[in-house]
Write a protein that binds this ligand. Structure first.
Ligand code: KDG
Ligand code: MG
Length: 405
């Protein structure tokens, strides 16, 4: 069967939120799908793919995945960055999908086969009050989850990351121009230990509890917070300080035994190198979609394994079901799996995407007999949901200065 690439298409669709999807076709008639969604910057990725990568791929052998990866990465001269790496990721996922289909095997088999039967997933729980947040965690436990991330509205602030004011599910990129949120570090630092202690008081310690700081603190503040959260025995404290300052995490680490997770805004192994090799973190959280695809993520995860760092791959609604499938195949095959984030999707997403993985109770399971990534994309349904410009919010301190969001 000819593996020559004959077509590369990029589709931007918005069934409830925007997704950028790559479709690659070979002369032998195989079709591969990849996710290249970059929340709030979708059209930049589409252009990078359509205008700069597609012409380089036509006529190449789709099975030379590693070579194509290096050609696109090293050949650009301009390395790394979210737009470049998300674009390469979309191509890479589609090529693994094609290889699996050519072999008649799911991608996790090509990666070494199942290392576990199912994946522990964690969803989001939140509320406007401590009581509502506890109820939200309890509802998730009722659904069968063994790990839950909890956030709650900080008293005195009009908006808080992770909370939907009007009820319903939280979606951060919601307006056609960025909404501005207000942030007060002292109020947050005072409130969060009480929130997590209340959750443990009410619901006990028989499940994994996670919290996302979303890059808001200095290393000293984060160290102090981590220490005050120790009695609540978190599974992890996420993104405690802005992620690009790798050495900051050693400082946080020195002050607390609360496990640390970071990486959702990273896009290459170089972003994680120091964090992993200095053992400053416990969980690495890159998304396969933003970190160069399966080819690059498996290197990140292999490096992490060497230093006892486990996976907690990013799985918000802005990683499409295709990108989530790539996460799931990797999670299934690696030795150092920790947990998989699964935020869930807007309802209309299911009209466009079908997957061979599914949520059963609080775990992700995947079929053994569906080759490739096991995803399908309905192009007619996708065309009913055109691109809809949406931005993530911007954050300001109470004095008006821009702060990390
Ligand atoms: O696009 C931004 C979201 O992916 C991010 O806010 C979600 O922090 C997040 C998480 O942990 O899922
Ligand atoms: Mg996060």
């Amino acid at each position: 069967m000819s593996m020559q690439i004959t077509d590369v298409d990029v589709l931007v669709t918005s069934p409830g939120r925007n997704y950028v999807i790559v479709r690659i076709e070979t002369a032998g008639g195989l079709v591969g799908w990849g996710d290249a969604t970059l929340n709030g910057r979708e059209l930049a990725v589409r252009s990078y793919l359509q205008d700069h990568l597609a012409p380089l791929l036509l006529g190449r052998d789709a099975s030379r995945i590693g070579d194509i990866w290096s050609y696109l990465y090293k050949g650009a001269y301009w390395r790394r960055g979210p737009v470049t790496m998300t674009s390469i990721s979309g191509i890479d996922q589609a090529l693994w999908d094609i290889l699996g289909k050519a072999a008649g095997m799911p991608v996790f088999q090509l990666l070494g086969g199942r290392a576990r039967d199912r994946l522990m997933a964690y969803p989001h729980a939140s509320g406007l009050t401590v009581e509502a947040s506890i109820a939200s965690v309890a509802a998730r436990l009722e659904e069968g989850y063994r790990a839950v991330r909890v956030q709650a509205a900080v008293p005195g602030l009009l908006t808080t990351y992770g909370i939907h004011r009007g009820g319903g599910s939280y979606e951060p990129a919601k307006s056609s121009l960025p909404e501005e949120e207000a942030w007060d570090t002292p109020a947050y630092l005072d409130f969060v230990p009480k929130l997590l202690a209340a959750v443990r008081n009410e619901l006990g310690f028989g499940f994994n509890l996670l919290h996302d700081v979303h890059h808001r603190l200095s290393p000293t503040e984060a160290g102090a917070l981590g220490r005050s959260l120790e009695p609540s025995r978190l599974y992890w404290m996420e993104d405690a300080t802005p992620a690009e300052d790798q050495s900051a995490f050693a400082l946080v680490r020195a002050h607390t035994t609360t496990p640390l997770a970071v990486g959702e805004v990273f896009n290459s192994i170089w972003d994680c190198q120091q964090l992993i090799t200095s053992r400053s973190i416990d969980y690495i959280r890159c998304a396969t979609t933003h970190t160069g695809g399966i080819t690059h993520m498996r290197r990140v995860l292999a490096l992490a394994e060497l230093y006892g760092v486990r996976s907690g791959l990013h799985g918000p609604s802005d990683v499409s079901p295709v990108g989530m499938a790539a996460n799931v195949h990797l999670d299934l095959a690696i030795p150092n799996f920790g947990v998989q984030e699964f935020m869930g999707y807007p309802e209309a997403t299911a009209e466009v995407f079908t997957t061979s993985y599914r949520l059963v109770g609080g775990h992700l399971e995947i079929d053994d007999d569906v080759p490739g990534l096991g995803v399908d994309v309905d192009l007619d349904a996708a065309s009913r949901y055109p691109y809809d410009r949406k931005y993530l919010p911007v954050n300001r301190l109470l004095d008006g200065s821009v702060h990390d969001w």
